[in-house]
Design a protein around this ligand. Structure first.
Ligand code: 13P
Length: 246
């Protein structure tokens, strides 16, 4: 099965010119890698990038969108607007958005709204820290339960879950593939408890300090279909090294 790499550029790069260059490199490397690359640029670059660079191995995401269709929500964009600009995926509940106030209620509504618009939600979950007592499983379970509450039975397998432990985001090292393997089993079990056997088909990604040195191993041993990448996706040299390593 084709692996998926989501390139979360966050609030980078600084200009449209630099964004074009980054996407050109990403697209070339994507074609060689055989993976599906989902580029999540700043929304203001999305439409033009997508007009310039299309391809079988390239899809687009927004890093966030509102669950309401329209209205008085200054500074927000709707899922319909994102879709109209070329996004087929939407990142929901990223740790950095949660830190800015995105609630479980928001993630629940956004996942359901994305599915209703035939967009693929990428629901991000992950704990702030870990201790030996394992309470982080409870944190992840609660985030999953919220995100999956309003998912219609037939659409469970359309939700992508991205596990990003906050302590591994922007850090020196990624989590070990062995620990991810354990978490993947837990994530599936939690979704199966809620929605039955279809939960086994949910695609799981890992995110947090992925680069060309650890990406291949995580895909081989972490029990994940793909990766959600921050820093290494927003730099032309690093992204080509990363995609070459797959
Ligand atoms: P880094 O790859 O920079 O650690 O960021 C991970 C992330 O938050 C991707 O969404």
């Amino acid at each position: 099965m084709k692996s998926i790499v989501v390139a979360n550029w966050k609030m980078n790069p600084p200009t449209f010119r630099a964004a074009k260059k980054l996407l050109e490199v990403t697209k070339k490397s994507a074609e060689r890698s055989g993976a599906l690359i989902v580029v999540a640029p700043p929304a203001i670059f999305l439409r033009e990038l997508r007009q310039l660079y299309r391809g079988k191995r390239l899809a687009y995401a927004v890093q966030n969108a509102h669950f309401e269709g329209s209205g008085a929500y200054t500074g927000e964009i709707s899922l319909q607007q994102a879709h109209d600009a070329g996004a087929s995926y939407v990142v929901i509940g990223h740790a950095e958005r949660r830190a800015m106030g995105e609630s479980e209620d928001d993630t629940r509504k956004k996942v359901a709204a994305a599915l209703a618009r035939s967009m693929t939600p990428i629901l991000c979950v992950g704990e702030k820290s870990r201790s030996a007592s394992g309470e982080y499983f409870g944190v992840v379970k609660q985030q999953l339960r919220a995100g999956f509450t309003n998912v219609p039975a037939g659409k469970v397998a359309r939700v992508i879950v991205a596990y990003e432990p906050i302590w591994a985001i922007g850090a020196e090292a990624a989590m070990s593939p062995r620990d991810m393997h354990e978490m993947s089993i837990f994530i599936r079990k939690t979704i199966v408890e809620m929605h039955g056997e279809l939960g086994h088909r949910v695609v799981i990604l890992y995110g947090g300090s992925i680069d060309e040195k650890n990406a291949g191993e995580m895909l081989r041993l972490g029990d994940v279909r793909g990766l959600l990448v921050g820093r290494a996706s927003a730099d032309p040299v690093r992204v080509s090294a990363l995609l070459r390593s797959l």
